[in-house]
Design a protein around this ligand. Sequence first.
Ligand code: ADP
Ligand code: MG
Length: 396
Amino acid sequence: MDRLRNPFTPGAGALPPELAGRSSIIEDGRILAGRALLGRYEKSQLLIGLRGVGKTVLLKYLAENARQAGVVPVVVEVRNSQSDFEELAIRVKDALCAIDFASKVKTSVNSAFATLGNFIKTFALNIGDFGIKVETSHGRASSGRMELDLSEVLLACARAAKDSNTAIGMYIDELQNLQIEAMRGIIVALHFAAQESLPLYLVGSGLPSIRALVGKSKTYAERMFNYAEIGALGKEDVDLAITVPLNNNGLDIEPDAITKVFESTKGYPYFLQEYGYQLWNVAEKSPISTDDVCRIAPDVQKRLDVNFFDVRFDRISSREKEFLRAMAEFQQNEAIAISDVADRMGRSLTTISPIRASLIKKGVVYSPVYGGIAYTVPMFADYLRRTMRCGCIHAV
Ligand SMILES: Nc1ncnc2c1ncn2[C@@H]1O[C@H](COP(=O)(O)OP(=O)(O)O)[C@@H](O)[C@H]1O
Ligand SMILES: [Mg+2]
C-alpha cells in the first residue's frame, strides 16, 4: 500500500492511530483532573511499566485531556541532569504565564513568579531571559535545599491556580530518573496541597523502579498514589490496535493473521506498531493474510533489533554486557535471582553488586522483588539469546 499514508507509528512517544486498552486509566486521569478543578482531593497517579509499552504516549494524552478540561499542565521528561530543573522551571513559568493571562487576582500569581525567580537564582538555573519583572518574595524558595525550595515553588503555583479557578497538573515522564531530593520536594508539595485543598497533582510515568524511589522519599509517600501497571495488550486490544487503523484506511485483515501478530508480539505496543507498519507497506490486497504476516516477520525482527533493542547498548560497558548475557542464559524474562546470575558469571555477589547497581541506574534492569533482577525491556532475553547465537558483538 501507499507508504505515504501508512497510519502506524513505531517510535518512542508517537501517538498510535488507535490507543487500545487504556480506557480505564484514561478515565482515572479524567477524574483526577476534574476533581482538582473542583478543589476535591484525589490520589495522584503513577503509570508504571517496561520500555515500549506506551507510557509516554499515555502521559501526553492525559495531559492534553486535562488541558482541554481547563487544567494548566506542566509536562516534563526527566533525564537526570541539571537541565531537568531548567526544563521544569521553564514549564512552570509557562504555566504561570497561562494562569496570569486568565487571572483577575494578580497577587498570588505575582508571588508565584517571584518564588520561581528565587528558585532559579538559588540553583543557578540557566533558562535564558526570565522575561518577567518580579518583586522579590522575601527569600522564599531560596534556602538552597531542593526539597524545601521546590515544594515552595509548586505550592505558590497551586495557590495562584486556586485563585484563578484552575489547577496545576504535573505530568512527569521517566520519573525514575528524578533526583531523590526533587522527588521529596514534589511529595511534600502534594502533601501540603492536600491539607490546604490546593489544586495540585502529579501524573508520573516510568520504569518499575519508581516504586522504590517513592518509597525511599517519604514514609507517607506510597499512600499518596494510585499505581497503574501499563503492560502488554490482551488479544482483543491487539485486534483493535491493528484492525481499526487498517479499516479506517480501507483495508481488512483475517482473524488468523491477527492471532499470528498477537503471538509474535505478545501484545507489546511498540512491536505491534512495527508489525502494523510493515504489513501496510507490503500488503498488495485486502484482507491481509497470515502469509503476509509470516513474510514480513524476519524484516520486523531486524527493524526491532536495530530500532528498539540495539539502542539499549549505548553506554553499556563490557562487564555490564557480560551480566546481561548471564541473565539471558536463564530461560525466562521474569525475575532472576541475583545469586544465580553471580554463579553463572563465576563471581561473588559482592563483585557483581556494583554492576547490578550501575545497570539499574542506566534503566536497563530493575529489581522486581528482593534479591531478584529483571530486564526493563520486554523480550530482551530472546533478543540477547538470538544475538549470542549468531555471535554478534553485543554478546561480548
Ligand atoms: N495503547 C496502545 N495501542 C497501540 N499502540 C500503542 C499504544 N501505546 C503505545 N503504542 C505505541 O507503542 C510505542 C511505544 O510507546 P511509548 O509511549 O514511547 O512507550 P514507553 O514510553 O512506555 O516506552 C509507540 O510506537 C506507540 O505508538
Ligand atoms: Mg517513554
